[in-house]
Structure formats: structure tokens, C-alpha cells
Design a protein around this ligand. Sequence first.
Ligand SMILES: [Zn+2]
Length: 460
Amino acid sequence: MTSETLDLLVRNARLRRVAAPLVDIGVADGRIVAIGEGLGASARDEIDAEGGLVTESFVNPHLHLCKAWTLPMMDGAALAAYHGAGMGKALQAIDLASAIKAKYDAAWIAPNARRATALAALHGVLHIRAFADVDNKARLEGVKALIAVRDEFRGVVDLQVVAFAQDGLVREPGADRLMEEAMAIGADVVGGIPWIEFCDDDAREHIAFCFDLAAKHDADISMLLDDAGDPGLRTLEMMATETLRRGWSGRALAHHCRAMALYPSPYLQRLSGLLRKARISVVSDPHTGPLHARVRDLIEEGVNVCLGQDDISDAYYPFGRNNMLEVAFLAAHLLWMTGRDDLERLYDMTTVAPANAINLARYGLAVGAQANLVVLGEPDVVEALRFHAPPRHVVSHGRRVDLARMRELAAASAGDALDKNAADLRSRSVGADATARQGSVVDPARALGGMGNGSGGATG
Ligand SMILES: [Zn+2]
């Protein structure tokens, strides 16, 4: 290989856990083709990392992207129910939060999702498993919006769109047909929430339907499990046994699992064995609820555990900006993972662990892998977590991401956009709908009614 063949050369990169001198990373045809000291003299594009840490890009395995920026459209009742009473009223919270879906329209969901995805790019998050509610209120509006945004950002931020039966399947007659349609129009992943059904038999029926649908479309499965303060919830075990029975090992992903916090340790040990056998990873989001999966115990038991953003300014969580370093920073406190090894582990839980959980191919900082990289302004993981600042450069599919463009796309200030959202959804939807049909990345400032102020949400 000579330097002439390189599309991109990242110079003076510091690698994790490597005390050796700075290295260069050569990229051609979207792949990493060389890592070493003093590679070649030139390439078509060069980035000087200036001794900053260079790692794989971040992965967000769990985001309710159809709900991003909808908090001002809600009163506070759902949030209070979700976070209060030891999560004893989580079911009620979901019912309260569903009220917003009467207003669901792809025309306003797409601009919101576009802003959130641009923020992801600015923070070096290049893969997102993005959930879209599918039920009688939401219909297919969320799925259509996320598919449109997925297609716009392909090759910059890759979205896996989850058709998610948020309000249940047995207790929500008609949701099954909508889920079939969602997969037929291009959703990537089958999403379930069996614990929300009224009894265990119905939860099993819910799970069986999701596996049938996944088999039909050769799709992965993501399920929100046991997301309430009830130690009797057992849908993680149900999904794991079904995974083994159906031969779907490695293709079913578990989210939330908050009831696990209340499980007796002997049961958790037994359950962990089942998770290992079925190759089920667990996504935890300890910042979005007062209970969380027993991350440390699962790690000790050899289960793959990762972190998710979960929500961005919706009925369940007021903050969030698709910054996985921020998520890891919060998790460090909530999980009390503050030792040097813990911090390295947290970084893994936002990179390699979720990449494994959502089955990304050719992911990693290695020769032959797809060149998805972040060039940070800090020299190590501790400093990166301390500041949880956006990367200085982001490389996606071997090309430098146009961060100025992403800043533009994310530019409408949250407050303006949200006020506007609540005030006149309908009037905004006209222009946005027209642009969405054009199938290209559009300026959200225009889509959102000319409110962009250029301040850039990513660093706010
Ligand atoms: Zn969630």
C-alpha cells in the first residue's frame, strides 16, 4: 500500500490502552487499511488528531426517536408517574404518555428526528437503534418519519428502525396488523414490550407474535422488559427461553429490565446463565428511571451490557442530546463505576458492547473494519468522560463528517422548536411534509418555521 491509495489519513492519534507513541490511521474505500507509526506522506484528506484519543464511533442501542422533543406537548403527569413511587406506576405513565400520539404525524416527527440525528453525528454517535411507536393512536406515522430520516442520513448516521408495539399487542387489538405493515414498509427490527400486558399468558402471546414476525422478515428483536418496580415481572426470562426455543440466539436484545433491581441474587444468577446461553445483551439507561438493571452483577456474570440514551426531551425524561459520553458520565455516578477500569468499561458500554448488541458488522478500530471513528480533544477516557464534549472530528464510512452541516441541521434551539411544536403543529407540518417527500436532508430551521439561530445544540 502506498499513501496515494489512501482516501483519508488520521495522523498523531492516541489509542486506548496503548502507551506506545502516537500512530497514524490510513483509510481507503471506507475501510481502515493501516494503523502504525508514520504512515505514508499524504492522502486525499488528512486529519491531525494532535495527540487526542481516537476510537471507534459511539453506538446508541436504544432511543425513542419518534418521541424526541415532545415534552412541551405533554403535562408532567406521565413523568411523575414514571419516576415516582419506586416505579410502581410505570404502567400508568405509559398510558398517560400515549395521549400525545393522537397528534402523531410524520410531518412533524421527521424534523424532530432529523435534529436529534444531527446531534448524534455531532457527538460521534454513528449507529442508533431507533424506536417508533406502533399502535392505534400512533399508527405508522412514527415508523414513516424514522424511515425517511434513516434514508436521509444513510452513510453518515445509520439508523435501525424498530417497529415498537409500545401499547401492547394483546391489550391493543389491531396493533398486530400495524406491526405487520410497519415491517412490510421497511422497519428493520421487531420491537415488543410484553410486560405491559395484563397477565403472563398474554405476555407470552405478545412474545410469540414478535418472534413470528421477526422470523418472517429475518429481523432482529428488541424488547423493553420488566420496566416497573415489580419484582414479580419475568418477561426477560420469557424472552430468553423463547430465543433459545426459536434458535434466535444473538438476535434478541433486552432493554430496561428495571425490575431486576429487586430480584433475589440466586434468581439473577440463574437468569444470567440463560442470557449467556441465548447470547442476549442488556441495554441499561440508569439516568431515565429510579431503578435500573444490575449492571455490575450482569457484567460479573459474563453478560454483555451496554448503555442507551433512551429518551430526548419527552414524557419520560427532560434532557438528552444523543451524547453517549454524557450518558456514560451519568452512569458512572448512578452505578458508582468510578475506578479506572470502570471508566474504561463504561466507554466500552457506549462503543464495542452496543455494537455487538445490535449486530454491527465490521465494527472496530482495526485493519479491515469500517472506518467509523471519533477524534476527541482529550488524551484519555477519564478526560473524555469528564468533559463529555463533542469530538473534534468524526469519520463515518471512511469520510470526514461535515460537522458544520450537522450543526446547521441541529441548529434550531430546543426551546424555540418545542414552543413552536406545542403551538402550531399543523401549520409547520405543511412545509415539512413537502420537503420530507423530496427524500433529501433538509434544513430543519426551514422545516421548523425559520427558527434556527445557528447556536448549535450540540455544545449547549
Ligand atoms: Zn426506553
